[in-house]
Ligand binder design. Structure first.
Ligand SMILES: [Zn+2]
Length: 348
């Protein structure tokens, strides 16, 4: 199989953003594009409540979901296919916060399995690809343990000022990484462009919606009601030391390759920052490449592709081992190993 260059895959969301995605990809923003802040890359995941939005479509007209269902071993390799079936066990996005995103969080696997019939939660992680202005920041975790009644009151009353003040404000710069475990309340600050890795779901609980083009009271609780939905929120206190543990790396790897995210991310996804000097070898693996700068070339047993800034490429397992060469920077996104992710036996 050949590596597959992926076209942009954008659809309307309820918050502003998108120009930084066009700037990265070198494309012209589509007309009326104020609310196209995400590009789902190599996605077999549909947006919550939709059966089409979010799904990557291939050049031959099939969805990626249809293509992988026909050949999971070719796309993912046998070990992955035996563990996760025809799921890539990964969702990658480009996300540009044209305005600060609302405070929200995501259920973990246990909560999703018990209340939503889904074996995947939505732990996510960010690689900051660009920022705007001098004060780029994200909000992450409660500064002090949050009382459940107080949280319910802040959400019901949409007391956004108090909600934001209760969270850590964390400055971010291009190249930074942040692991966001399921449950951790967070909000991405205005102007931040990131490469996002996450479990393959679109499950969000909104703690804030006032002023956004969404009816959070109706659509912010996954259909569970807020009393139950707020049970997925991590209400524990996050000190600066504890937060620092989310921002670390994985330790050294081979030359030209930096393993991103701490080891706590391994059950959810893996990522590498590639900076070939002048080439890096890649083992055969299903992966999504996002080129964040420069240009070069991907060569695999199955085929080769020129790479430029903003390119997104799906490398199927059956493309075989390969090499990236050139003066470029790229994020290589990988699913968990077959041993590290959830046990799907008996799952719906
Ligand atoms: Zn999120």
């Amino acid at each position: 199989m050949k590596p597959i260059r992926l076209a942009a895959n954008r659809f309307p969301r309820f918050y502003r953003g998108g120009p930084a995605i066009d700037a990265l990809r070198g494309t012209t923003p589509p007309a009326g594009a104020a609310f196209l802040p995400e590009d789902w890359v190599g996605s077999t995941t549909a947006a919550f409540g939709s059966d089409g939005d979010g799904l990557t479509r291939l050049e031959d007209g099939r969805t990626l979901r249809e293509a992988v269902a026909a050949d999971p071993e070719g796309f993912f390799g046998r070990g992955h296919a035996e563990a996760y079936g025809d799921s890539p066990a990964l969702l990658v996005k480009l996300l540009h916060a044209g305005e600060r995103l609302p405070v929200h969080c995501h259920p973990d696997r246990d909560f999703a399995r018990r209340h939503l019939g889904c074996p995947w939660g939505k732990t996510e992680a960010w690689v900051i690809a660009a920022t705007e202005g001098p004060d780029a920041a994200v909000h992450l975790g409660f500064r002090e343990a949050m009382d459940p009644e107080r949280l319910a009151g802040l959400v019901a009353g949409q007391d956004v000022e108090a909600l934001l003040a209760s969270l850590n404000a964390v400055p971010v710069a291009t190249g930074d990484t942040v692991l966001v475990p399921a449950g951790l309340p967070h909000a991405i600050g205005q102007g931040v462009l990131l490469v996002e890795l996450q479990e393959p779901t679109d499950l969000s609980v909104l703690l804030e919606w006032e002023g956004f083009a969404v009816d959070g009271r109706r659509d912010g609780h996954l259909g569970l009601g807020f009393e139950l939905a707020l049970g997925c929120v991590d209400r524990s206190g996050w000190s600066p030391t504890r937060l620092a543990g989310l921002r670390g790396g994985h330790g050294p790897d081979r030359p030209g390759v930096e393993r991103l995210f701490p080891a706590e991310a391994d059950p959810y996804f893996r990522a590498e920052r590639l900076s070939p000097e002048p080439a890096v070898r890649l083992e055969a693996a299903f992966s999504i490449l996002v080129v964040t700068g420069g240009s070069g070339r991907l060569e695999t047993a199955g085929g080769s592709l020129e790479l430029g800034r903003g390119d997104t490429v799906l490398v199927p397992f059956a493309a075989g081992p390969g090499e990236v060469r050139g003066r470029l920077a790229a994020v290589r996104c990988l699913p968990p190993t077959p041993e590290a992710g959830p046990d799907l036996r008996g799952a719906a």
